[in-house]
Every structure is written in C-alpha cells, then in structure tokens.
Design a protein around this ligand. Structure first.
Ligand code: ADP
Length: 501
C-alpha cells in the first residue's frame, strides 16, 4: 500500500471501459488495478489495499451488487462506486446502497466528475491511513513506556498468561536473574508457574487462579518457586484478570520476598531460642536456690531456739559450705550471662600480665578437687609456663573445661596435659565420658547451644562460647575431638607471647 500512489480497483467485464477509465485517471497519480470480473476483483482485493473500488453493476457470472455484498461480508469497508449505464431509479439506488455502495457514476463516464469523486475518497483514505499510523505510533510508544517501566522493576517479575493458553505470553527480563530459570523456559514451558511451584503450594496457586476467573477480583498470595539448584524463591504475587489482545489474560506481579522470609524465619528461630533459654536459665538459677533456702531455714530454726552452741561445729561448717557452694554456682551463672552481654557489645577486654599457666592449671584443679573427689586425674604439666595472658580469663576457660570433663565424664579418669610448642602452648583436657556427636562439634561453641538434654545435665550452654571468645581474644582457639561413648578432648591453643610483650 502506497500513500503516494494509492491503489484503485476497477472491476468491469468490458475491456474498453477499463481502458477508458485508465485514460481518464492517467495523470492522477493512482495505481489503477483492473479486474475483468467480480471473482477476479475479489482475488485482487486479497493482494492489495485499495483507496476505492470502481465496480461495474452489469456483469455476467457475478453482478456488481453480489460482488459488493461479498466484499462487505469479508469485512472490507473500502468505498465502492458503482458504474452503471442505467439511470438509477430510487429502488435501484437503494439496492446498490444496501449492497454497500457509497456512490454512483453513470456511463458514459464524465472524466472530471470521476476524478473529483475519486479525489475525495483518496483524500479520505489518506487521512484514515494517517490516523491509523498515528494511533499505532501512540500505542507503540505507550507499549514501550509500559515495557520500560516493567523492565525497570528489579526485585519483581511481571508476567502475563492468556487464560486460554498453556504458556505465559510475556515475562519481564528480571525473571532469569531472580529465579535462575531462563526467560525462554518461563515462556516455553506449559503451566510454568504451577509446575515450578513448591509441591505444597501448587493447590493454593491453582485455587487462586480459579477464584480470580470466577470473581474477577484481584488475588494476592505468598508462594514458593523451586529454583533449579533446589533452593526456594519466595514470591508475593498479585494477579488480576484483564482483557488481553486475544481474550482474557492473567497479569501477575511477583515480588521476590525470599530475604524477608529468611529473616522472618530466623527471627522466629531466635524467639524460640530465647524462650528456651529463658526457661533453661530460670531453671538453672532456681536449682541452687532450693538447697540455699533449706540451709537458711535451718539457720533460722536454730536461731529461733537460741541454741547454736548445741550444734556441732562440723554441722554448722557443713551447712555454711553448702550455702557458699550454692552462692558460688549462682554467681557463676550470673557472671556467664554478664560475659555474654560483654562479648556482644565488645566490652570483654583482656588484662594481660605475665601469667604462669602451669601454676594456674594446678590452682584450678585444687579448686575443683571437692567435685573430683572420686575421679582419678592424670596431670602432665611443666614446672612453669609463663606468657602474657589474662590470668582471670584463662582461669575461666580452664574451670569450664574441667567442669565439663567432670559433668560429662561419667566419673571416669580425666587427663590434663600442658605442652609448650615452638610458638604456642597447648592445654588439653580429656575425659572418657559420654562424648559428642561429630555434627555438634561446631555448634557447641555457639551461644546457648547444647548437645545434651537439659533433663539429664544442667547448664546454660554458654561456657564453651565464652571460653572460645576468650581464647580468640588471646589470638588462640579451642578445638574438640570426640566420639560418642568414648570421651572428649578439648584443646586450648594460645600463642606463646613472652612476659614482657
Ligand atoms: P553447658 O555445659 O552449660 O551446656 P557448654 O558451653 O560448656 O555449656 O557446653 C556446651 C555443650 O557441649 C554441652 O551442653 C554438652 O552438650 C557439650 N559438652 C561440653 N563439654 C563436653 C564434654 N566434656 N563431654 C561431652 N559433651 C560436652
């Protein structure tokens, strides 16, 4: 179709008439295409777009009226000018107009009138084409704007899915990056969204689409897609039903909320840990309170009777010892909690000073001798081993390792060994107790983490966490070797720094 040389279709069974038309329109700048019959004219209509049709009324095989009716029936609305030799009476004209004519020209043709009429239709045709061009430009630019907008969405996937089609029609470029699945797969795979949903979410997605088709009300849902690497992509999807170019279509915006969901889950886990911790902590803090309370009540009874003198000194000493031990336990628990908050806020600061680690270990074994009463301990220590360490904090580590060896050691022999290596020192505490499963080796050094049931062993799950932090502040570490049922060895390694450092 050329707007410069618009095409005119002339249908006439008389070659002479066609030649006359050609002569009349010679200088008008039209592309005149001739057909000798109605059927031939219909074929030409398939091949070109015409600005106007000049159609002879009286033709054998198919007259002009029938031909015009077929043209209109095919949805072609090109203006038809009937050419007729018969002077039209009213009913004749009505028949023509009913068949789709827009004008009549009478033979013999007046060339000026023919040109003038055609000029009007060609002008109309050009204007119509210009409007169509502008409309399509506008639509294209609106489409482009819309696509640009959509393609700019980084954390969301925009998609359209014709309701009568098995495949998506469009998916925004962000899809591949977010889902790890190529856009071609999004578009090529049948029922992509349902197929790639987490099996537990498929039913929910299908129901949401069915509800949308039924009610035409937008639906919103949170669901999971399974990525090719089997990780889950959490999406918050809003879907609406709209009229697409080929019927109703689902239009979806799926926003990646995976990070949010992971955070939500870890917050939920943390709340669980906190609740567990609170119940363990209250239990642990309460445990020493009961014997302490009993001792205090004993003292109160004696004091009320006013006869402390009758009570043997050993009994009084025993009562005081038990009370002091409970206060010690309470103080240690509270200290552990305070240390955790110091570590969290970076307030645990070492006070380094020349420290004899051999002497320190001996002292701690003495401190624990009551608890170790019936447990044989093998000790292998150098005479002295001095380094620049925080003695009070190292006592805490040694106390924790010894305490655990006693608590989890099933009363079997314990071995404590201190070695000086080239640039480091190694202190190991071994027991032959319950042992630790290999999958808990890392975990037990984390806050509140325990590898035993609180019903069997008391503790807050903080000792190793605090000890590891202290070791690391010294530039060292604590490692564990263990097998379940055979015992554990915890080894503290510290850089050997000279006393003057
Ligand atoms: P707590 O002893 O208060 O639970 P810790 O941080 O000292 O806290 O220890 C964490 C966990 O490591 C313990 O709950 C226990 O499961 C495990 N554990 C530590 N020492 C030993 C050991 N010598 N033998 C077996 N398990 C141990």
């Amino acid at each position: 179709m050329s707007l410069e040389f618009p095409a005119i279709l002339a249908i006439d069974d008389q070659p002479a008439n066609l030649i006359a038309l050609e002569a009349a329109l010679k200088d008008c700048g039209y592309n005149l295409i001739s057909a000798c019959s109605g059927p031939e004219g219909l074929v030409r209509l398939h091949q070109h777009e015409f600005a106007a049709i000049l159609l002879d009324v009286q033709m054998p095989i198919m007259d002009g009226f029938d031909c015009a009716r077929i043209i209109r029936a095919r949805g072609v609305d090109t203006p038809i000018i009937f050419l007729t030799a018969i002077h039209a009476n009213e009913s004749y004209a009505v028949r023509g107009y009913e068949a789709g004519a827009v004008d009549y020209l009478f033979k013999p043709l007046n060339a000026d009138i023919l040109r003038a009429k055609l000029a009007v239709f060609v002008d109309l045709f050009r204007k119509k084409k210009e409007i169509e061009r502008q409309t399509s430009l506008l639509r294209e630019s609106a489409d482009r704007k819309y696509r640009d907008l959509v393609e700019g969405i980084r954390n969301g996937i925009v998609w359209t899915w014709p309701a009568n089609n098995e495949c998506l029609e469009y998916v925004s470029a962000s899809a591949a990056g977010i889902s790890g699945i190529a856009n071609e797969v999004w578009l090529g795979e049948k029922n992509f969204i349902l197929n790639n949903s987490h099996p537990d979410d498929r039913e929910m997605v299908a129901q949401a689409l069915a509800k949308l088709e039924e009610t035409h009300e937008d639906v919103e849902l949170e669901h999971r897609l399974v990525r090719p690497d089997h990780t889950l992509l959490w999406l918050h999807t809003t879907i609406r039903l709209a009229n697409g170019s080929n019927g109703p279509e689902f239009r979806g915006l799926s926003v990646d909320i995976t990070r949010l969901k992971v955070t939500e889950q870890s917050l939920r886990d943390m709340i669980l840990i906190r609740d567990d911790f609170l119940s363990i902590a209250s239990h642990e803090l309460k445990t020493p309170l009961t014997p302490l309370q009993l001792q205090i009540e004993g003292f109160q009874r004696l004091s009320r009777r006013g006869d402390f003198r009758d009570v043997p000194t050993e009994t009084l000493n025993r009562m005081l010892e038990v009370s002091a031990a409970q206060v010690d336990i309470l103080a240690r628990l509270v200290d552990q909690l305070l240390d955790v908050s110091r570590i969290k806020s970076g307030r645990l600061i070492l006070q380094r000073a020349p420290t004899d680690l051999s002497q320190l270990v001996r002292k701690m074994i003495d401190v624990y001798h009551v608890a170790m009463e019936r447990i044989p301990v093998e000790i292998d220590l150098p005479e002295t081993l001095i380094g620049s360490w925080d003695g009070v904090r190292l006592e805490q580590i040694v106390g924790n390792l010894l305490g655990n060896a006693i608590k989890y050691g099933r009363k079997k022999p314990i071995k404590v060994q201190l070695k000086k290596l080239e640039t480091t020192v190694e202190l190991s505490v071994s027991d032959q107790g319950i042992g630790i499963p290999a999958n808990a080796f890392d975990r037990i050094f984390h806050r509140f983490e325990r590898a035993v049931s609180p019903n069997h062993y008391s503790g807050l799950g903080l000792g190793l966490f605090i000890s590891q932090q202290i070791a690391q502040l010294h530039g060292g570490s604590i490692k564990v070797k263990s097998s379940v049922g055979a015992g554990s060895t915890f080894t503290l390694t510290l850089p050997l720094q000279s006393a003057h450092q």
